[in-house]
Design a protein around this ligand. Sequence first.
Ligand SMILES: NC(=O)c1ccc[n+]([C@@H]2O[C@H](COP(=O)([O-])OP(=O)(O)OC[C@H]3O[C@@H](n4cnc5c(N)ncnc54)[C@H](O)[C@@H]3O)[C@@H](O)[C@H]2O)c1
Length: 260
Amino acid sequence: MKGKVVLVFGAGSSGPGWGNGKAAAVLYAREGAAVVAADINLQAAEETCEIIRREGGVCEAYHADVTSSEAIKAVVGKTDELYRRIDVLHNNVGITGMGDVTEVTEESWRRVIDTNLTSVFLTCKHVIPTMQKQKQGAIVNISSLASIQINQYPYLSYYAAKSGLNHFTRAIAAQYAPDGIRANAVLPGVMNTPLIHKQIAGQHEDQAAMLRARNAASPMGHMGDAWDVAYAALFLASDEAKYITGVCLPVDGGKSCVGR
Ligand SMILES: NC(=O)c1ccc[n+]([C@@H]2O[C@H](COP(=O)([O-])OP(=O)(O)OC[C@H]3O[C@@H](n4cnc5c(N)ncnc54)[C@H](O)[C@@H]3O)[C@@H](O)[C@H]2O)c1
């Protein structure tokens, strides 16, 4: 990744510890990339940048809500101004919304689709022209195993959004392959990141019950972590993956191989 510019949306973490976006941003920097860390929570993005700078890396933090085209355009503009190129676009932002069809409000449905799916349409819309000019670029979308497998949670809108994100990824991979732009998705299974304590814990009796259930859902008997997702993303973004595009890669300890 040396000499490359990586733009990560959702580069913070929704709590203490390592989220998928935070780990990916730090890993890109460790491999030599200059990172632009955007997040709706500027302080969280700044924390990621602090870690990168402490390790001797390069990082700039910006506030951006990925549901806003204007906000994304502004961050892409700043990145362009700073570096005149964007080699990797990493879309990490994702939220869940619990409830089946009869329970989910229209507002919640729209929020989940906007945040998980429309957001990636918008970041790609603003970044792809730069990649086309360079005749080179890699897009990594963080989807979910829930895009291909129904699990223990009733998050209908999340299933739909992430499944849409997979096919969106394949469509742009095919469309922009002649421009030297690759697009791939990572499908994390049950991961132990701060997000689950905020967004999933309410589905279980208590935190201990959540951890037990999630560990049991993996054939390996334990959840994965943010670094498992980050290393997969790093590979897909790297030149070593130069002939890989349109792939939706489960990082799930084998969960996609079993029906649970
Ligand atoms: N943790 C898991 O078990 C798991 C499993 C499958 C998929 N995923 C996916 O991984 C991704 C997130 O993982 P994470 O651990 O980094 O989560 P996280 O919640 O720790 O980090 C996401 C970051 O996105 C930011 N964010 C939220 N809404 C935003 C918005 N509208 N605009 C800009 N930034 C926004 C948050 O502030 C946070 O810093 C999501 O796409 C999620 O669906 C996670």
